[in-house]
Design a protein around this ligand. Structure first.
Ligand code: NOJ
Length: 549
């Protein structure tokens, strides 16, 4: 019953004994705090601006910790705030152990960690091991050095193919479109003029993880931030650091498929990556209670579970749920496979419906009133699941994607892929209060991305006092999840449900029902603890979910 699991086929999925044991005592539970945490993803540039330059910053985050505590989240994940030329929103890091002045400085960072801890929230930060910025001193040195120089060995430089080396070394394409190789302009001709690999933009050269300096430097970066008190790391492109020695050609079809398991794709998920994760874990193990979650884009359950081996990552995103359309069979299959993939390693999943890389769920599920209803319903589904939940800032306000004029786009993807709308549409700043942009996000007249004129009913202030708002739904669900569910018990039992619906039961007796059928359905017997839409006479409207006990 791996694929195509149907909503009328009852089944039981259980976490293994290991994950139950992990949480068997309060002390263990504290130590493994991440396994059932609700984590709030702060896209720092878009969360709150403290100094009026139109760009969110660390002091801005600090000023809004009270809000996050009210929301009830256990931890924050901060997107990269390191020194960067911002060719890819900070995922092009020029100095991984310093704060970019646009976001603050090390003192601001320390104050943020201290205050977050005082508010009872942990702090996870984003590390980028696969590549650096082309402005990183190592890359500058590599370009200045000769082709045989050891400076080049920290990156992946190769001679070109074809007559005079004028073609890239292989056919790999970048995740943002276009070739994954660029030629450096070092004045040398022919064979001597080398190409460097960049799986993302040309401003993000890939590091060579076979080079011992690269490994040592990453460990140094981890210790630098762990010593400053961070509770964990989100590892960017955690399936990408190892490259096969032969750098053989990829199947070009893999480029157009987010499912990296479907076609031969030697760019990602090479076996050698596990050795790198063991290296990362060995550093973390010196700091009990700290964790790492990896961004792992592989949809093969076995290959995914390898990242969660006892000496590798504690958590990994597998994105199946975020890829599923609003269809009960597709959602059930995504849940089943996600539980299975983590369960094969004896762990609980990390769920997510949204991120700064994905279209927002309101838009993805159809937009307009239907999109609003469905996103509310899916919030109740994800928060009822066993494991951790990562919420992307703004989803708790029901924000949709924003259609932005081409002139303001900053996402490098929109430079290389003219067909792509890019990711800025999901990165528009958070509306806090007021009736017009920038809704107290910033004292500047304009935020770094323009904010829609019709968001006054989606601001935090407008939603806080409204018991029917999306924000109130998230707050109630997060609170109930803590009190009603034993969320470290991974048991999920599928219940029989009408066509187009799904229902599952959790420990603690909570039943979550989702109605995607297009018509109202009767709810099972029980007390309705929470619903994403009004339940009358025991009937759940379409595009809605309810928690019953
Ligand atoms: C994944 C990050 O989430 C994304 O924003 C970034 O562009 C790529 N990794 C490259 O670092």
């Amino acid at each position: 019953m791996r694929r195509g699991v149907r909503s009328d086929s009852p089944g039981v999925v259980e976490a293994t004994r290991e994950s139950r044991q992990e949480a068997s005592t309060e002390t263990d539970r504290q130590a493994a705090w991440w396994q059932d945490a609700v984590v709030y993803v702060v896209y720092v540039r878009s969360f709150a601006d403290s100094d009026g330059d139109g760009i969110g910053d660390l002091d801005g985050v600090r000023s809004r910790l009270g809000y996050l505590e009210l929301l009830g989240v256990d931890a924050l994940w901060l997107t990269p705030f390191y020194v960067s030329p911002m060719a890819d929103g900070g995922y092009d890091v020029a100095d991984p152990r310093a704060v970019d002045p646009v976001f603050g400085d090390l003192d601001t960072f320390d104050a943020l960690v201290r205050d977050a801890h005082a508010h009872g929230m942990r702090v996870i930060i984003d590390l980028v091991p696969n590549h650096t910025s082309d402005q990183h001193e190592w890359f500058v040195q590599a370009c200045a050095a000769g082709a045989a120089g050891p400076e080049r060995d920290r990156y992946i430089f190769r001679s070109g193919s074809g007559p005079d080396g004028q073609q890239p070394p292989n056919n790999w394409v970048s995740a943002f479109g276009g070739p994954a190789w660029s030629k450096i302009s070092d004045g040398s001709a022919g064979e001597a003029s080398q190409w460097y690999l960049h799986l993302f933009s040309p401003e993000q050269p890939d590091l060579n993880w076979n080079n011992s300096e690269v490994r040592e430097d990453f460990a140094r970066t981890m210790r630098f931030w762990l010593d400053r008190g961070v509770d964990g790391f989100r590892i960017d492109v955690a399936h990408g650091m190892a490259k096969p020695a032969a750098l053989e050609n990829m199947d070009p079809r893999a480029a157009e498929s987010a499912d990296t398991s479907a076609y031969f794709d030697p760019r990602f998920d090479n076996d050698g990556v596990h050795d790198i994760h063991r290296h990362i874990r060995a550093v973390l193990d010196d700091y009990p209670g700290r964790m790492a979650i990896g961004e792992v884009w592989t949809f093969d359950e076995d290959r995914f579970s390898r990242y969660l081996a006892p000496d590798e990552l504690q958590q990994a995103f597998n994105f199946l749920l975020s890829q599923a359309p609003f269809d009960s069979d597709a959602i059930q299959e995504a849940i089943y496979r996600t539980l299975d993939a983590a369960g094969r390693a004896g762990r609980l999943p990390a769920w997510t419906l949204a991120s700064h890389d994905l279209s927002r769920q309101v838009t993805r599920y159809g937009g307009g009133a239907a999109g609003d209803r469905r996103a509310r319903a899916m919030a109740l589904v994800q928060l009822a699941l066993p494991g951790a939940v990562y919420l992307y800032n703004g989803e708790e306000l029901g924000l949709p994607d924003v259609d932005l004029p081409p002139g303001v786009l900053a996402d490098p993807m929109t430079r290389t892929r003219t067909d792509a709308r890019g990711r800025d549409r999901a990165r528009v700043p958070i509306p806090w209060e007021g009736t017009e942009p920038p809704y107290e996000f910033s004292a500047a007249e304009q935020a770094w991305l323009p904010m829609p004129a019709d968001w006054s009913d989606r601001t935090v202030a407008a939603q806080l006092e409204d018991p029917d708002s999306v924000l109130s739904l998230y707050r109630s669900a997060i609170e109930l999840r803590r009190t009603v569910l034993d969320s470290t018990d991974g048991t999920l039992e599928w219940s029989t449900a009408p066509a187009g619906c799904l229902a599952f039961r959790r420990s603690g007796g909570l039943v979550c029902v989702l109605n995607a059928s297009g018509a109202p359905v009767p709810l099972p017997e029980g007390e309705v603890l929470l619903a994403s839409a009004a339940v009358t006479d025991g009937t759940l409207p379409t595009d809605a979910a309810a928690w019953i006990r």
